[in-house]
Design a protein around this ligand. Sequence first.
Ligand code: SF4
Length: 181
Amino acid sequence: MKILLHACCAPCLMAPYKHLSKEYDIVVFWYNPNIQPYREYVRRLKAFREYTSRIGAKVIEDLSYPLEDWLLKASLLSKKSNVLRCRFCYADRLYKTAVMAKKISSDYFSTTLLLAPYQKHEIVKEIGEKIGKKVGVKFYYEDMRKWFDEGEGMARKSGIYRQGYCGCIFSEADRYWRDKI
Ligand code: SF4
């Protein structure tokens, strides 16, 4: 059975790939226009390429980066609530993944967003399942949080770049600015 596994970044890919590839044929998918600013996007993409090439993973990349559209939508939603902004961000990435999964005749699609405890886990699951029904490809759900500590260890050991914030400029501000003044 084939899973198209959306990777939000190299560190979050490590443990899910290790476990899922024992049972499934994994193709890793990159589509993350939520990563800002652009130099950070490139840094994470390079880390992703370095790691996937190291482990010999099959990879599909969608390098579209619709910055104006993304920021416009995210800003409007962010004014209402962070949860709405993150819902949009998850849905955008999961929809692209589901469509690609259908295109390559994958049995499932999934995402490494299910790994980190700081992501809105239940919302990722809910959106993944809804999009799966809409697009006509099954969403593979597993509570990957059980692999989080292992993934952290693998990431540290790998020497691959590990970012300090989720991705968007709003999360960067939350992490480095608002708490510090
Ligand atoms: S905090 Fe993370 S999940 Fe939420 S909108 Fe920003 S990049 Fe996306």
